[in-house]
Design a binder for this molecule. Sequence first.
Ligand SMILES: [Cu+2]
Length: 143
Amino acid sequence: MAVMIKYFLMTFLIMCGPVSAESYRLDNLMVENAFAYPTNGKSGAGYLSLINEGPEDVLIGVTGNFPRVMVHESVIKDGLTTMQHRMAVKVPARGQLEFEPGSHHVMFMGLAEHWRVGDEIEVTLKFKIAGHLDIKFLVIPRP
Ligand SMILES: [Cu+2]
């Protein structure tokens, strides 16, 4: 039965074309391809591309209606991957900052519900200069 549901879901997704995340803009900043993967535990991660067409800005926080939301960076230390909490992340002038698996990510902890393909995870990004930007991470299938 579960297999059939999965098959149906896949067919549905193919018929509706590729699911794509929205783009967002705040002054000189653009967020593209904000996505997350389905979860099966109490934690999840959000990824995105941050494009800056103006002077340097700083991401100083991420908030959302979840028990704990923060910016992490995965760092390899002595052959082990650890996640470090980042209070502020610079967005280079006329540059790009990638939040991607193995690097920066928005970390969610204490999740009460599992994320499923098609869910949208709403958060607010806070920048030092540009201010607040509401975005949604689209939950997509794991590759
Ligand atoms: Cu993390």
